[in-house]
Design a protein around this ligand. Structure first.
Ligand code: SF4
Length: 458
């Protein structure tokens, strides 16, 4: 969307959590952090119980969190009890700051260089044990990539990315419980520090990774206090990446390190992947990034059958790992029966809506029905697209390529012509610029079909 329709960053950090609910148009919203993206069956059951307090929908966010919507104003206390019992709220003080992305397949792909799961667990435990870090902004995002490039480093503030070392003599973990067993870690594997999505000159051995992330967190807080106490991200500070790198004894580098630092196509679309050990990782897409109560409970049942955990990605997918090849087909059928997409090339990829009709009283059109129609028409690889059922645009990401907003013509920043429009009118914006006005949903679908990259196959 255009700068004209972007909300300015408020001075206060009002980022929601479990204990601090956001007053959204469709009721209170809770954001549940899932550091490293891993959920057990018990945690899925806790989320299902939490969702039942609201509109029974859980949303997977583009930052790897889970949002519960449509909650009553007094939901914080009962929700906190449910999630704490499921291990999803280990520290009330750190509720909103446990923001960590990690490789969904964590060391399992042939291109993976190390297992990031133990590092993610160790970082989260250390973060929650550090009282000063409870002051981090609720949007500051950490990331750990195993070298396979499936972590959204581009959107992170502080990231460590595994790569082969060049000196062949790097230190490596041994006896500290971090990473795979020491004998399986080549001595030349290092993790490179990225700040605001860009690489720096600093690399560390895996056994120094958690300490560096914590050091970066403290350095960010100190820099923020000196320069701009309202900054949410490294990039919010003047020349933030370079300044923070300097505090850590590093410098930005423009070298091509083989890691994507720009937003692009999905990192982890649905489908099967063969792990380095021959077992299978199965990724499924939740249409509209949304899991209903019955789907959460159903996924918990599937996990109890497979014995593993569920891994969220920033593409709003869920992945089950370590499946025996002979079992993967049956598990895929179970996920399909739950309404998840398990094959690549679906029109649901990159398509999102607000809670919309049936879940929000403000909805002017049925965006979920509209999205179902769009999913049948969109080509694989189509640009990201979001439908809002009213001008509030709940859940719309800043970088969405196509935005369709019901009643949006009433918004002067969208309606460049200033024409008076009916409530059902939809405003279409592309790459942040007003593009067209549609009289109704059918007209909007027709207009979107005129885009040569979007037109359905004859
Ligand atoms: S954008 Fe959607 S969810 Fe938000 S208030 Fe409007 S109708 Fe409700």
């Amino acid at each position: 969307v255009s700068a004209a329709v972007q909300p300015a960053r408020p001075a206060a950090d009002r980022c929601p959590g479990v204990l601090r609910l956001h007053d959204a148009g469709d009721g209170r919203l809770a954001r549940v952090r899932v550091p490293g993206g891993r959920l057990t069956a018990v945690q899925l059951d806790a989320l299902a119980a939490g969702a039942a307090l609201g509109n029974e929908l859980a949303e997977l966010t583009s930052r790897g969190s889970v949002q519960l919507r449509g909650l009553p104003a007094d939901a914080a206390a009962p929700l906190a009890r449910l999630l704490a019992a499921g291990g999803l709220l280990p520290s009330a003080a750190h509720d909103r700051v446990r923001n960590l992305l990690a490789s969904p397949l964590a060391g399992r792909l042939p291109s993976s260089l190390l297992d990031t799961d133990p590092l993610a667990d160790a970082f989260d435990a250390a973060l929650c044990a550090d009282a000063a870090l409870a002051a981090l902004p609720g949007r500051l995002l950490f990331a750990l990539d195993d070298g396979a490039g499936l972590t959204a480093v581009a959107v992170s503030d502080v990231a460590l990315v595994a790569e082969a070392g060049t000196d062949g003599g790097g230190r490596h973990g041994g006896g500290d419980g971090l990473g795979p067993v020491a004998s399986a870690v080549p001595a030349s594997i290092v993790l490179r520090l990225h700040l605001a999505g860009a690489p720096t000159t600093l690399t560390v051995a895996p056994d120094a990774a958690v300490a560096l992330l914590l050091q970066a967190a403290h350095a960010f807080l100190a820099l923020r206090a000196r320069v701009d106490p309202t900054a949410w991200h490294v990039a919010d500070l003047p020349d933030g990446a370079a300044a923070l790198a300097g505090e850590l004894g590093a410098a930005p580098t423009s070298g091509d390190l083989g890691v994507s630092t720009t937003l692009g196509s999905p990192l982890l679309p649905p489908g099967r992947r063969v792990q380095a050990d021959g077992r299978v990782a199965l990724t499924a897409l939740a249409p509209l990034g949304r899991l209903e109560h019955r789907q959460l409970a159903g996924l918990a049942r599937v996990l109890r059958g497979t014995g593993g955990d569920l891994r969220l990605s920033t593409d709003r997918t869920v992945t089950l790992v370590d499946l025996a090849a002979r079992d993967a087909g049956a598990v895929a059928h179970e996920l399909e029966a739950l309404g998840l997409v398990v094959a690549p090339g679906s029109g649901w990829e990159g398509l999102t809506t607000c809670s919309g009709s049936g879940a929000c009283r403000r909805a002017l059109v049925d965006v979920r029905a509209a999205a179902a129609a769009r999913a049948r028409r969109r080509r694989p690889g189509a640009p990201a697209e979001h439908w809002s059922a009213c001008p509030r645009r709940c859940g719309m990401s800043r970088d969405v390529a196509i935005a369709v907003v019901a009643g949006g013509a009433r918004d002067a920043s969208v309606n460049a012509g200033g024409a008076v429009a009916s409530a059902e009118t939809l405003a279409i914006a592309r790459d942040g610029r007003p593009d067209a006005q549609a009289a109704d949903v059918a007209h909007a679908l027709e207009l979107l079909d005129t885009d040569p990259t979007e037109r359905p196959a004859a």
